[in-house]
Design a protein around this ligand. Structure first.
Ligand code: OTD
Ligand code: ZN
Ligand code: ZN
Length: 345
């Protein structure tokens, strides 16, 4: 038996959804995580501070009794977003980031930004008040191969934006490529990246070899093995610019297992076990706390959590359900394809 005690982690990119799904999934996060950045891609999206305040109340009402969990709210950037509303939401302490979805890039992103010019007044205000922009970093034009969309985004959108507005704090979310890792590493300031659990574990073979596996399909889509290895090196390096954002994104099974399945992988329930496994494989258990519990708070300007959690390596494999039942229907849990031996005790 081996114990690893770390500060209680936070999840810097999480989809909790709403209604029955929210009530069905939130315990899997609040059990282990103290805080999470909550994605605003509901239908309709969380656009205004008033939307975020109302959504926050629905989340708080769904937290299981006895769990201490703080949802950190974000606003979904649209062409109509008001700089004054963003600033007011931030000043009140409610809004912790604004989210840029290139229109069409991922689930419920059709209200997103089509041309960065239309968002400049909001982005300039955010730079002034120090509010971070969380970015889904993929271009969407049909002539760009889906495996190249992150690299092309960096070159054609992210880098020009950073040159135009160097004071804007940017989180490049769910980095999936070596290009993304390298770009973040060369930046001097105001850029950090979140990395998901599943992109540290699967490459694109998981989706496509031996039959099509919809539960490994997410966006950005998993890439080649060399990219996965670059993500692992970044996550386990201790570099303060990389931190955990699970991007746990539940969809009910009928919407994944069909002719046009939704993107998203549900990892909230076994993320900490998966991460301990990965960090142990990389001989970097001593860096897990930085990745999951320290680097994110430092970037978002909040203190690390005082509480701790204990991960224990046990002989028997950790048991977790293959699916969870939610009031909205069954949701398949991420299967890392190896037994997990690190349990949160
Ligand atoms: N990716 N699924 C979803 C969002 C993310 O790009 C993302 O952040 C979702 O279902 O909301 C997914 O695969
Ligand atoms: Zn995204
Ligand atoms: Zn996401």
């Amino acid at each position: 038996m081996q114990d690893l005690v770390i500060r209680r982690p936070d999840d810097w990119h999480l989809h909790l959804r709403d209604g029955d799904m929210l009530r069905g999934v939130i315990a899997d996060t609040s059990r282990h995580f103290a805080r999470a950045i909550i994605m605003p891609n509901l239908v309709p999206p969380v656009v205004t501070s008033a939307d975020a305040a109302a959504y926050r109340e629905r989340i708080v009402a769904a937290i299981p009794a006895g769990d201490r969990f703080e949802p950190l709210m974000t606003l979904y950037l649209t062409a109509g977003t008001s700089p004054d509303d963003v600033e007011a939401g931030h000043k009140s302490g409610l809004v912790k980031a604004v989210k840029l979805y290139p229109a069409g890039a991922t689930t419920n992103s059709h209200s997103g930004v089509r041309n960065i010019d239309e968002a400049m007044p909001v982005l300039e205000r955010m730079a002034k008040i120090g509010l971070p922009l969380c970015v889904h970093g993929e271009v969407t034009s049909s002539d760009v191969d889906i495996f190249d969309r992150e690299a092309v985004f960096i070159e054609t959108v992210l880098d020009p934006l950073r040159k135009r507005l160097p004071e804007l704090k940017l989180t490049m979310e769910h980095v999936t490529t070596k290009d993304g890792v390298d770009y973040i590493k060369t930046s001097k300031a105001n850029l950090a990246g979140s990395i998901t659990t599943h992109h540290l574990i699967i490459n694109r073979n998981a989706i496509l070899v031996g039959g099509i596996k919809p539960h490994y399909y997410c966006l950005p889509v998993a890439k080649r093995e060399n990219h996965r290895l670059a993500l692992r090196a970044a996550a386990t390096s201790g570099d303060a610019r990389f931190f955990l954002g699970t991007d746990s994104a539940p969809h009910v099974d009928p919407l994944k297992e069909c002719a046009c399945g939704c993107a998203g992988i549900y990892t909230s329930i076994n993320t900490m076990s998966c991460l301990a496994h990965v960090f142990e494989e990389e001989n970097a258990l001593d860096k897990l706390e930085a990745f999951a519990s320290l680097n994110g708070p430092a970037w978002y300007g909040v203190p690390a959590n005082d509480e701790t959690i204990t991960l224990r390596k046990q002989v028997d494999a950790v048991s977790y359900p293959a699916k969870i039942d939610t009031g909205a229907g069954p949701v398949t849990v991420f299967d890392p394809m190896f037994p997990l031996h690190w349990a949160v005790v």
